[in-house]
Design a protein around this ligand. Structure first.
Ligand SMILES: Cc1cc2nc3c(=O)[nH]c(=O)nc-3n(C[C@H](O)[C@H](O)[C@H](O)COP(=O)(O)OP(=O)(O)OC[C@H]3O[C@@H](n4cnc5c(N)ncnc54)[C@H](O)[C@@H]3O)c2cc1C
Length: 406
């Protein structure tokens, strides 16, 4: 047993699943992430022959897309120990944070669908569990070109409301507007968990939530976004022009319910991010430690220099604190789905992404010039980690919002 495993006390079956995920993540995801990161154009990441699809298929074959969906719909939710779910997410982040997020977001609309007892939503969740090929891919469409942090902070200013609006017309809603180029999986998603403005007079608080297929007439996509980090995570805008969606797809049509349940969404999204980026921090530390024991300067491995030992020990302590914090928060929140701790989840997201960024930056320093070279993994890890501090909400804005839950 290594220090990596000291707090694991799992049933043999779940331990075996975690081991399978370790193999898949290091043999398939890690190399795929490195290859996809190097592609000059984001269009190539989602090309038909892209290695991205091997990752989707491998993830689905292991059943990892069904971890949040109950057994009666074909999922594994009740079979999985909460700690096992956490270890799996951490391991996926350890292998490649961008792909871990892509795989996770791909499940979001279907995980939500499973919670709504209508026949359409239950069937959607069932179909998703059956999909081992990655044919059904979800996205979370919330950010808009003119409203990013506004979604994190909320508010009832009528001058600052969602630009994607849905207007009820008989048995349908008519949707117009644009979700921003930052929508993860926006280029490839078949379904969206879509936030819309229903009551403009209430600003960001006048929103509704829909789960929709993205092949409806009037929906188009922007071009894939070219960005610094998490390049294997493809992103792009989704544009709605007079899109008619059946009323039953608007799974929450009462803004008061969304406002009351605001904490649940914040806790779920940030909780997952916290665990994934704790994994990335550990990956950067492991690379730095390995290199420090190999690289000879002054006639000895650089690890033998006291200053290097001190640096590595500080990195180790920071990473273990972030991991322990993320695990504790995530297990608690998984066991308390309807009463999660929002402050712990957001605090852990901020701590994990900031720790991963600092530790990956220090890892570059330990590698010296090679730390900047594309042939070594730490410069990518740094870019991936830094991206996490803005992803799904700028850390400062999330923290200000989460303070309301203290
Ligand atoms: C890798 C990645 C993945 C993402 N995935 C998704 C996704 O799946 N779905 C989705 O919908 N979105 C996604 N996003 C978008 C993300 O949620 C937004 O980028 C984020 O909320 C910030 O919005 P913005 O980029 O428009 O910045 P802005 O809101 O324009 O903020 C710019 C700066 O101004 C500051 N600021 C803004 N408002 C205030 C204020 N009121 N007071 C003080 N300071 C303020 C911010 O802190 C920030 O520093 C993703 C982003 C990234 C980077």
């Amino acid at each position: 047993m290594t220090f990596r495993d000291i707090d694991i006390n799992l049933a043999a079956e779940t331990k075996a699943m975690v081991e399978q995920v370790k193999r898949f993540s290091m043999e398939v995801m890690r190399p795929a992430g490195i290859e996809l990161d190097k592609l000059p154009k984001p269009e190539e990441v989602i090309a038909r022959d892209s290695i991205l699809w091997d990752v989707f298929r491998g993830f689905r074959k292991l059943g990892l897309h069904t971890l949040e969906i109950p057994k009666n719909l074909g999922g594994l939710a009740e079979d999985m120990d909460p700690m096992a779910k956490v270890l799996i997410s951490e391991q996926l982040g350890y292998a490649d944070a961008g792909l871990a997020i892509s795989m996770g977001v791909a499940c979001m609309p279907f995980n939500y669908a499973a919670r709504f007892p209508t026949p359409e939503m239950q069937q959607l969740a069932r179909d998703f569990c059956q999909d081992k090929e990655g044919k059904m891919i979800g996205c979370w469409a919330i950010t808009e070109p003119d409203h990013g942090t506004d979604w994190s902070l909320g508010g009832n200013n009528p001058k600052c409301g969602p630009s994607v609006k849905a207007v009820l017309n008989g048995d349908e809603y008519v949707v117009n507007g644009e979700k921003s180029a930052w929508v993860s999986n926006g280029t490839i998603a078949t379904h969206a968990l879509l936030h819309v403005g229903l009551d403009p007079a209430r600003g960001m608080q006048g929103q509704g939530l829909a789960i929709i297929p993205l092949d409806l007439p009037g929906i188009s996509r922007g071009k894939p976004l070219d960005k610094m980090g998490q390049r294997p995570l493809n992103q792009g805008a989704i544009i709605f022009e007079d899109v008619r969606i059946p009323k039953k797809y608007m799974v929450v049509s009462n803004p008061d319910i969304i406002n009351a349940a605001r904490g649940l969404g914040l806790a779920a999204v940030n909780g997952r991010m916290a665990v994934v980026f704790a994994g990335l921090g550990k990956a950067a530390f492991d690379e730095a430690l390995r290199y420090a024991k190999e690289r000879i300067q002054g006639g000895v491995p650089i690890f033998e220099h006291a200053v290097m030992k001190l640096k590595l020990m500080k990195m180790f302590t920071a990473v273990e604190a972030a991991r322990a914090n993320a695990r504790r928060m995530a297990v608690f929140n998984l066991l308390n789905t309807f009463t999660p701790s929002v402050a712990h989840a957001v605090g852990a997201k901020c701590l994990s992404t900031e720790t991963a960024t600092t530790v990956a930056g220090e890892a570059i320093q330990i590698f010296g010039g090679f730390g900047l070279a594309k042939e070594f993994p730490v410069e990518k890890m740094f870019r991936d980690a830094r991206t996490g501090m803005i992803e799904d909400g700028v850390n400062d804005a999330l923290a200000i919002k989460a303070a309301e839950f203290l």
